[in-house]
Design a protein around this ligand. Structure first.
Ligand code: PLP
Length: 383
């Protein structure tokens, strides 16, 4: 049986080159980077080299990169730090389709009497920029809008939205956890104030992330403690993981120009193959403005969980657009926000590819999945 991993928006395999550069920091190079002696100094140098690599991938100045423990921390740091720095009149403007790492702080702020505006999306998962402009013009706010959606891959018009934020004097943060390494990003050319990224979505390990903070952005520290990260985030640095993130960013920058086209072609072949063979099947989300690696497909009349289970038995790993939370098979908040009809929403599957996927693997999925769908439909009460 083949093993085909197509769940790269959940997490990616760590690149062998990344593992290799991390190794010495678990053996001989274990000093504390804050120490005055040579033992610390030789380690501190590697943190700064990694900062340069991360900055280079997104067009930032190295001094604008703060290392964090994950994408969730980066999002919390940006949102909570900007709300606290901005004072009691700050509103939070975000969207209904954000990741929990943004919706969680939004809910918390609302529970503490903060004003939160959640913008909706249309059937293709796209925002109406004029709605954002109207809300932004109402007064001080931090705007947090994801660059690319983790479930559908839909890419928001970040340049346009960030420009609106700048025009209206609002702070602009983007959760770019799914975009970094998959799309070209150059913050030096965009009016973005803060940008979150996460290592394990781009072939670095889990448990490392970064927040880009444009010089001059008002931001209170989220983790109070030592002077690390120029006082912006306390805590002794996770040196091996920081070094790994740096290498992963360097590799992403090298691979991006060729791999994004190759991976998009694989994704398109997969999508076309499945849509051709399986009737009553549709793609969720804007197919033009979309990440190159993601396809979210609804197989009508059957449950996503059933498909996943049988695919997993055949060695294929993907994920479902419906979250089996608290015992109910509710479609995810993203699929619901797009108004996908009930019979399609429940059977949505996300395929997310990476530079490690091959054409053979795509062929295998196109061959293996349709009989699974046919069998499940024969048992479905909705057909
Ligand atoms: N934001 C988005 C869009 C994500 O997809 C994820 C992870 O799935 C996160 C934030 C959270 O990142 P982490 O798992 O590093 O906390």
């Amino acid at each position: 049986m083949k093993n085909v991993y197509m769940d790269n928006n959940a997490t990616t395999g760590v690149a062998p080159e990344v593992v290799e550069v991390m190794q010495p920091f678990f053996s001989e190079l274990w000093g504390n980077p804050s120490s005055m002696h040579y033992f610390g100094g030789q380690v501190a140098r590697h943190i700064e080299a990694a900062r340069d690599q991360v900055a280079a991938l997104i067009g930032a100045d190295p001094s604008e990169i703060v290392f964090t423990s994950c994408g969730t921390e980066s999002d919390n740091m940006a949102i909570r730090g900007a709300l606290e720095a901005g004072g009691p009149h700050m509103r939070l403007i975000t969207t209904r389709v954000e990741h929990a790492a943004v919706l969680g702080p939004a809910r918390h702020y609302k529970e503490h009497d903060g004003v939160v505006v959640e913008l909706g999306v249309d059937a293709s998962g796209q925002l109406d920029p004029s709605e954002l402009r109207r809300e932004a013009a109402k007064g001080p706010a931090i705007i947090s809008v994801m660059w690319a959606n983790n479930e559908t891959g839909v890419v928001f018009p970040i340049e346009e939205l960030a420009a609106m934020a700048r025009d209206t004097g609002c702070v602009f943060h983007t959760d770019a956890v799914q975009a970094v390494g998959k799309l070209p990003i150059d913050v030096s050319q965009l009016p973005i104030d803060m940008l979150s990224l996460s290592g394990h979505k781009l072939h670095a390990p889990k448990g490392i992330g970064a927040l880009y903070v444009r010089k001059g952005t008002k931001l209170n520290p989220f983790l109070l403690g030592g002077h690390q990260e120029s006082g912006r985030r306390g805590g002794t640095e996770n040196v091996p993981y920081i070094v790994g993130l740096g290498k992963a960013c360097e590799l992403a920058a090298q691979h991006l120009p060729t791999e994004s086209t190759r991976v998009a072609a694989l994704r398109d072949t997969l999508e076309a193959g499945l849509l051709e063979v399986c009737p009553d099947t549709s793609v969720n989300g804007d197919r033009v403005n979309r990440l190159p690696n993601t396809s979210n497909i609804s197989f009508q009349f059957i449950e996503g969980e059933g498909i996943l289970y049988h695919m997993s038995d055949a060695g294929i790993a993907a994920s479902s657009g419906s979250a089996c939370t608290s015992g109910s098979l509710e479609p995810s908040h993203v699929i619901r926000a797009m108004g996908v009809p009930f019979t399609a929403a429940h059977g949505s599957i996300r395929f997310s590819l990476s530079r490690y996927n091959s054409a053979d693997e795509v062929d295998y999925v196109i061959k293996t999945l349709p009989p699974i769908v046919t069998r499940l439909r024969e048992l479905s009460p909705f057909v």
